[in-house]
Each structure stands twice: as structure tokens, then as C-alpha cells.
Design a protein around this ligand. Structure first.
Ligand SMILES: [Zn+2]
Ligand SMILES: [Zn+2]
Length: 344
């Protein structure tokens, strides 16, 4: 039996206790005719994975079972293909989003919204995750990556990139629109750039000064430090910019969502691209509140194309696979500028 190195989560626990253990597990192989086997080049370290590992989302059924190999921003090289594979050949490069597989039969799958499928399998919530050396996947759920695209650039696009892209589209961007982005990290720093491509004026909000500087560097017209003192915070926005036309929330805190809704003008749109409680919503203000998740394989292809053509910046820091616990600790303590990437 061939084996591979993996960072395995046996029990959910605070990241300070190093819950991921370097282990040897059975190497994935092709088990169905439409599968490809990818030798992983890099896997991004997503904030939602940290919540899953620490057990914050147990009530939501995440992770659905243990043990798991986390990691859902996976890129690599195709090293083997099943006998019915047509989209890839050996030597191609491919990436996988958090959507590892969907049923292809339900109404969502038929509508091209397979990421909403109710019998989907999520990457990194079983032994099939990215914190390892190999992964197999059905060809329909993998996306091609150009040969010149570096692994540490491509990996973050597969969750952070697509989440940001979909959220910006959901805000119904227009040229000159005043768009507030709440939460500037792995996802937010991509959203700042996608929004500018659409001609929006981005105002960035974060609790973290370094993240705000990143947003400014990437072209945000202004940034304001987020404050729990809501009246003062909203007053500052109004004085500097007036109310926003639209807002996107990436920070998983109800106070942030609430402030974002209040910072948007009547009739404006608020996109919630994170987990959270039901926000207070006043119908007479005619605001639209919309949720977004990741996106389809088609959306993913569009993300790769846009990033490549428009030369978007992906800020990433590289670490060896074995350092997964340390990297997640840094992420928890806001010591990662935008995205960390593990290289096996
Ligand atoms: Zn993610
Ligand atoms: Zn389905």
C-alpha cells in the first residue's frame, strides 16, 4: 500500500494544542473512470478551516466526521487520469475548491449552482483534503490552471478568490459605486481588486491596521479602522464619505454585519459572505440583504481567467506542510498579512 504524508485532525481542539498530527495515510488513488489524481503543489490556509479544526462549527455539522485531512484550496499537477477523463491529461495543472463533489441530479446542480447541492462533499472534511501530497477528484469538479501560474498564487484563488469574486458580483457593482468591504484578509484583499475591475470605489474596514494598509496598497480609495463603538464608527463613515451604496461582509461577527447594514444607504445592497446570526433588518429602508457562498466550476474558470488577464495580486506566504499548526496559530492571531500557503 502506497502512503503519503498528511496533517491529520483526530479531534477538534484549540490550535494552541497542535491538533493536527503529521501522519502517514493511504495514498489516494483513482477509483472511478472520471477521476483524476493530483500531486499537490500547494494548499491555502483558510480561516474557515481554523473554525472547523477548533470545533467552533460543530453545531453546524462541521466537520461531519473525524478524522479529517483539512485544506480546501488545493492546486497541483495531474499525474494520472481515469479511463473516461476528457478534460485533463497527465501533466496538466488543476485546482479544487471547497466543493469536492456534488450529485449532479438535484435542482441546484441542474441550475448550475452545484455549490448549493444538498448532497455535496466538501474538500477537507474527510480524508480528502489539501494538507497532504495527493488528492483524487472527479474531473468536473477540478479547474485548469495555466502553466505559468505559481502554486502559491493559484491556491488562494480556489476559496478566497472565488468567494471574493462571487460576493463582488452579488453586490451588483457599477462604475463609481461606493462599496464598503468589511474584513480584509485572504478573501477581502481579493475582493478589493475584483471590485476595482468593476469600477467601484472601495472603502475598506478592518480591526487590523496591517490589513487596512494592504487594502490601501491594492487600491482602496480609503480605509477606516472598525470599532465596536457603532455610533462613533458610523459617524466617521458619514463624515468622510456619506452612506455607502453597497457593502460586503467577510468578517464573521454579528456586530460587523449590523454595522455594515447601517452604513449602507436606503435601497442599497448588503452582501453577507460569512457565517452569522440573523441581522436586524428594517423592511421600509428597502435594503437588499443577500448571502453568498463559493461558486460553480464555471465561476472558478472565470476567476482564474480574470486574475491572469488583469494581473491581480495574491498576497501569500509560503510554509512547509508540517508547519500547519503554527500557520493556523498565526492566522488566529492576525499575523498573516493575507493568505498562508502550505507546500508539501
Ligand atoms: Zn475557505
Ligand atoms: Zn446536487
Amino acid at each position: 500500500m502506497e502512503q503519503m504524508r498528511a496533517m491529520v485532525l483526530q479531534e477538534c481542539a484549540p490550535i494552541e494544542t497542535n491538533p493536527l498530527k503529521l501522519s502517514k495515510i493511504k495514498k489516494h488513488e483513482i477509483s472511478r473512470p472520471h477521476e483524476i489524481l493530483i500531486k499537490i503543489e500547494a494548499c491555502g490556509v483558510c480561516h474557515s478551516q481554523l473554525h472547523g479544526i477548533e470545533g467552533d462549527w460543530k453545531d453546524l455539522g462541521i466537520p461531519p466526521s473525524l478524522p479529517t485531512v483539512p485544506g480546501h484550496e488545493v492546486v497541483g499537477k495531474v499525474v494520472e487520469i481515469g479511463k473516461n477523463v476528457t478534460k485533463f491529461k497527465v501533466g496538466d495543472r488543476a485546482g479544487i475548491t471547497p466543493l469536492l463533489e456534488a450529485c449532479k441530479k438535484c435542482q441546484y446542480c441542474k441550475e448550475g449552482k452545484e455549490y448549493l447541492c444538498e448532497s455535496s462533499t466538501i474538500t477537507g472534511e474527510s480524508f480528502k483534503g489539501g494538507y497532504t501530497e495527493y488528492i483524487s477528484v472527479l474531473e468536473d469538479f477540478a479547474t485548469k490552471i495555466p502553466d505559468h501560474m505559481k502554486p502559491e498564487y493559484a491556491a488562494p484563488l480556489f476559496c478566497a478568490g472565488i468567494t471574493a469574486y462571487k460576493a463582488v458580483k452579488a453586490s451588483e457593482p457599477k462604475i463609481g459605486m461606493k462599496l464598503g468591504i468589511f474584513g480584509i484578509g485572504g478573501v477581502g484583499h481579493m475582493a478589493v481588486q475584483f471590485a476595482q475591475i468593476e469600477g467601484c470605489k472601495v472603502i475598506a474596514f478592518s480591526r487590523n491596521e496591517n490589513h487596512l494598509k494592504v487594502a490601501k496598497k491594492l487600491g482602496a480609495v480609503d480605509y477606516i479602522k472598525f470599532s465596536e463603538n457603532q455610533d462613533e464608527f458610523l459617524q466617521k463613515i458619514k463624515e468622510k464619505h456619506g452612506l455607502l451604496d453597497a457593502a460586503i461582509v467577510f468578517a464573521p461577527a454579528d456586530i460587523v454585519t449590523d454595522s455594515a447594514i447601517k452604513a449602507v444607504k436606503k435601497g442599497g445592497t448588503i452582501v453577507i459572505a460569512t457565517i452569522g446570526e440573523r441581522p436586524l433588518f428594517i423592511a421600509f429602508e428597502e435594503k437588499t440583504i443577500r448571502g453568498t457562498l463559493i461558486g460553480s466550476t464555471k465561476d472558478m474558470e472565470q476567476v482564474i481567467k480574470t486574475c491572469d488577464e488583469k494581473n491581480l495580486e495574491v498576497i501569500s506566504e509560503i510554509f512547509p506542510l508540517e508547519k500547519a499548526n503554527e500557520v493556523l496559530k498565526k492566522l488566529k492571531n492576525s499575523q498573516i498579512e493575507a493568505r498562508a500557503v502550505l507546500i508539501p
